[in-house]
Design a protein. Structure first.
Lengths: 572, 425
């Protein structure tokens, strides 16, 4: 029995107490009514209310009418996809649809973020962040994907605060691969092991881009033509990485076995380690000098020595990457960058496009919301799960993707800034499709382990294209292309999913008793989280006739069609 | 709303002549008889225009290939050699291309501003600098779109990218996206595994589901999905897919192009152009040589390029295809005239070269000039837009064409670039 009381319990400390504290003294007698209204609006969570208020103000300004709320099944499907990276199973969907308590959405979100789903949550966010941090290239011997994943799985299982996550990655030292013969394993090192060539140019660019939302890569060679980025900023940021070395370890063979990321004394290009400087070249050929200076102008000690005690006990030296991490933690850009990234993950578009460019030349669609959420995220000790909770319980996240006359023009694919008046369609990521097919077909596979991850990598590799640059740029053809459709038509994964072999999903549906209509409904719910329309039932019956009463063969055809539909592959 | 998918029953719809042209092309004619059969059939079929972009991912050092500065401190160790085109000298490590220079022209006065890989790649493919509010279509999508009428009988994608992803279709939509294959021409998952009749029934069911979802007005990607489905069905059942089977070429032809990825890619490009594909991009990556550039060029990259590019040009010329096929050789930018401490060259966009040929281009000429150290363009500088406008002109595509971006804004084709007049007689 989960009524209003159940709701109170599930709101938890952050939500309910937060309201009470912010509102000052709140009479006890009003709590029930307040909470009842919250249930519809913001579940009593002040951060959710803040999101709703800001977004709704944007609708009013633009004179747009938001879409209706999404159906329960649609919402359940999208929250599973976005939080744990797969569609809900038949049981999960039916449990949610069968629950009539008002607090069921909060309860579901808390369950997906809780202990029951911790492995799947970690698997999903490991997939997302592996691509962000080291791209899709599986053949780079400067990077250990298993090592990277091992770190990420642990970080997301434990829900370590985001500032520590960033610090782990930016300051990591140790061996990048987990091997019996290596003691200093640290999977977090993989973020940088492949980016240290040419004095850490890539480390500089990617650290600024991913964690601060600043695009400095163009300023490596020249002042930026249309933002404020100056060439000195790039090299001053780069100076923080000059003590760091990615050391190749060979273990007696010619093949690289692992990489040791280490901080060593930096003598400086001028030969004075007390004032360890570097030089860079202007376009006109002049050489200039740079020391470690953070993007906000904060300088750190110029010494190139790593920290140590002298014989007399005095401490000298400074660890430049650790100094950098401390400055990044304090920077307002760090929470803004992650809030923008997370918002884009859940709502389809970030406040800026691209998500990792928060420069002044690229103003956000909702500046106050971005700033406000970033502040609240800092107040909440950079708790990623809390941030997710606020976003998925917000009103814009719960809207239908169907548009009407009042908001058809809200279409960011036309280049307009997003107003979030409806849920924006987007294609599942390849990883999400893979996991969803496993779920829909109730494939009995161990999920989340390294073996499963490697298998998935192998499957994903068919979609990866490299651009042939030293920066390891890559892209995926898993973007609505013909190869993707061919894979969905004829690929091994689909053949497996639509096989009628004994004991498989289709076999169980076909021979599980009940009428044919109910079996078709089962397929629709498993894949699309809804019932078939009368027209679809008629089409399905036509299949049955075409198969001359072979129900299992007809179900196979229907299942193939359902899995190949736009509705299946588009998160809606 | 929901039309059924094109059922795969159209194999008998094709005209006899197309069969003749297709079959002759696919059999890789070795005799004079099949050659003339091919030529006649092609004439009757109406000649089609095509373009092949040889994309040099990473940014090749053009002053070590097309615009040498022997003796200059920036010049590097390579020596120029004379070529089949009067007065044009290129790098000594390109001896085979040197024999084909009368089919090609060099623009030595490129001057651009994008020296970041992704930005440069976008700019050189589209003629536009990256813009957060709009995605512009690249060469392949623009040309495939503009030449769609002449490719009416084409059942395979009009824009094929070999070995790389090229740049997407932008606001032209997924219909004009590159079809990416590896250089062996392998297309995965083509095999149906079920009989065509059953596939047709499945597609009917699928069409019902797709149509319902589209009718709910949830956004353009729902409709795009259906369009790509239709194209996929067409391709799966097409005999024209034979064009991808590059390994069916005679061994000596394969060896002429070189048994490298790029060599096979160029040979595949020729087969696709023969089959009527309007645009093929072939990728040769690995030019991002920040260190040890000279040995890498002379022992690895240039021999691979030289063999494949020269074979492609001469093969197209021998088959009478060159006059209808534009060739473009370029990367996202070039490399610094100054040689760095690691004996490499870094990113440089201010003064560099591209190479074009075939189609309506004047051939065997050099356009523009750089200073003695290679650091400045001393004649009129040209941009990505100008190259694009010139390529379009060489194919007979009107430069007055204006697209309408999804947001309703008009977009001039090739970003209003101006034709490089020295490239036309």
């Amino acid at each position: 029995m989960r009524t209003i009381c159940g709701l109170f319990l599930s709101i938890g400390l952050h939500g309910f107490l937060g309201v009470a504290l912010r509102a000052g003294v709140l009479a006890a007698s009003c709590l029930v009514c307040a909470a009842a209204a919250d249930e519809v609006e913001h579940y009593g969570i002040p951060q959710v209310k803040f999101i709703n208020d800001q977004i709704e103000a944007g609708w009013a300004d633009a004179k747009l009418k938001p879409s209706d709320p999404a159906a329960d099944g649609e919402w359940c499907r999208r929250v599973h996809l976005d939080v744990i990276g797969r569609i809900p199973s038949l049981e999960e969907l039916q449990a949610f649809l069968g629950d009539s308590s008002p607090g069921k959405r909060v309860a579901l979100v808390d369950r997906l973020l809780g202990d029951d789903y911790v492995d799947e949550y970690a698997r999903n966010w490991t997939d997302v962040w592996t691509t962000v941090l080291i791209g899709r290239d599986v053949d780079n011997d400067m990077v250990s994907r298993p090592g990277m994943r091992q770190y990420l799985r642990r970080a997301f299982s434990k829900n370590i605060p985001y500032d520590r996550f960033m610090e782990d990655l930016v300051t990591a030292t140790g061996a990048n691969a987990n091997r019996k013969d290596v003691e200093s394993f640290n999977g977090a090192a993989n973020f940088l092991t492949g980016k240290m060539e040419e004095n850490g140019v890539q480390a500089t660019a990617k650290t600024a881009q991913i964690f601060l939302g600043i695009q400095v890569q163009c300023t490596q060679c020249h002042n930026h033509p249309f933002n404020k980025g100056k060439q000195n900023q790039f090299w001053e940021f780069n100076a923080f990485f000059r003590q760091s070395r990615a050391l190749r370890r060979f273990d007696g063979t010619r093949e690289i076995q692992w990489i040791e990321l280490a901080d060593e004394d930096f003598a400086g290009e001028g030969g004075n380690p007390e004032e360890a400087e570097l030089y860079y070249e202007l376009r006109n050929g002049l050489m200039k000098v740079a020391y470690p200076v953070f993007i906000d102008g904060t300088e750190i000690a110029r010494t190139g020595f790593v920290p140590r005690s002298l014989e007399d006990g005095t401490r000298i030296g400074v660890n430049r990457r650790q100094e950098l991490a401390a400055l990044m933690k304090a920077s307002p850009l760090m929470p803004k960058a992650i809030v923008n990234r997370m918002w884009a993950h859940f709502l389809g578009y970030g406040f800026t496009k691209p998500v990792d460019d928060l420069g002044e030349h690229n103003p956000p669609s909702h500046p106050e919301l971005l700033d406000g959420l970033a502040e609240r995220f800092r107040e909440q000790s950079f708790d990623i799960k809390e941030l997710i909770r606020w976003i998925v319980l917000s009103r814009p996240y719960a809207l239908s993707s169907k548009t009407g006359k009042g908001n058809q023009q809200d279409d960011p694919s036309l280049g307009e800034k997003p107003k979030f008046t409806h849920f924006y369609l987007r294609q599942m990521r390849a990883e999400e499709l893979y996991e969803s097919l496993l779920t829909a077909t109730e494939a009995d596979q161990a999920r989340g382990g390294e073996e499963a991850a490697k298998k998935k990598d192998q499957w994903l590799s068919q979609f990866i294209i490299a651009f042939g640059t030293d920066e390891g740029d890559d892209a995926t053809t898993f973007n609505g292309s013909i190869p993707q459709v061919l894979m969905m038509f004829n690929g091994d994964l689909i053949r497996q999913a639509t096989s009628v072999g004994k004991g498989g999903f289709l076999d169980r549906v076909a021979n599980g008793g009940g009428k044919n209509a109910a079996k078709i409904t089962t397929l629709y719910q498993a894949a699309l989280a809804r019932h078939p329309s009368p027209k679809e039932v008629a089409a399905a019956n036509a299949m049955l006739v075409a198969r001359k009463g072979d129900a299992s063969g007809a179900l196979q055809d229907i299942w193939w069609a359902v899995l190949n539909s736009n509705e299946f592959i588009l998160n809606h | 709303m929901s039309h059924p998918f094109t059922a795969p029953v159209g194999m008998n719809r094709r005209h006899f002549l197309e069969h003749v042209a297709g079959a002759a092309a696919l059999a890789a004619p070795a005799t004079a008889f099949t050659n003339s059969l091919l030529a006649n059939a092609a004439d009757m079929k109406k000649r089609h225009k095509s373009a092949i972009l040889l994309w040099m991912g990473g940014g090749p050092s053009t002053m070590d290939i097309w615009d040498l500065k022997p003796g200059a401190p920036t010049g590097g160790p390579f020596k120029p050699i004379s070529t089949s085109a009067d007065g044009i000298a290129i790098c000594e490590h390109m001896p085979l291309v040197a024999k084909q220079m009368h089919h090609l022209s060099i623009v030595r006065s490129m001057s651009t501003r994008e020296a970041d890989h992704m930005r440069g790649r976008y700019y050189m493919h589209t003629g536009y600098v990256p813009n957060p509010n709009v995605e512009h279509p690249g060469y392949g999508s623009v040309i495939a779109h503009e030449l769609a009428d002449q490719a009416a009988g084409l059942e395979i994608p009009p824009f094929v990218s070999v070995g790389s992803g090229s740049v997407g279709p932008g606001f032209l939509g997924m219909t004009w996206a590159p079809f990416v294959v590896d250089s062996n021409g392998n297309v995965r998952n083509l095999d149906l595994g079920i009989d065509p009749g059953r596939l047709a029934q499945r597609l009917e069911m699928l069409s019902t589901i797709e149509g319902r979802f589209i009718s709910e007005k949830r956004g353009g990607s729902a409709e795009d999905h259906k369009k790509v489905l239709d194209k996929t069905v067409k391709l799966m059942t097409s005999k024209q897919m034979e064009a991808f089977k590059v390994m069916k070429e005679p061994k000596e032809v394969q060896e002429k192009y070189g048994t490298t990825g790029f060599g096979r890619g160029c040979l595949l490009a020729r087969r696709l152009v023969e089959a009527g594909v309007p645009f093929v991009e072939v990728d040769l990556g690995g030019w991002d040589m920040h260190a040890d550039i000279f040995p890498t060029l002379s022992t690895r990259k240039l021999p691979e390029l030289d063999k494949a590019m020269s074979a492609l040009v001469s093969d197209l010329a021998d088959r009478g295809l060159l006059d209808d096929t534009a060739i473009i050789w370029m990367g996202e930018f070039s490399r610094t005239p100054n040689i760095n401490q690691g004996a490499g060259r870094d990113h440089w966009a201010r003064s560099w070269s591209v190479v074009v040929g075939g189609a309506g281009f004047k051939r065997g000429v050099v356009v523009g000039e750089t200073s003695s150290d290679g650091k400045e363009v001393v004649t009129e500088p040209y941009t990505s837009q100008d190259v694009m406008a010139s390529v379009l002109k060489s194919l007979g595509i009107s430069l007055e064409t204006t697209f309408t971006a999804k947001n309703g804004r008009p977009m001039k084709i090739a970003n209003s670039g101006k034709v490089i007049k020295e490239l036309f007689a």
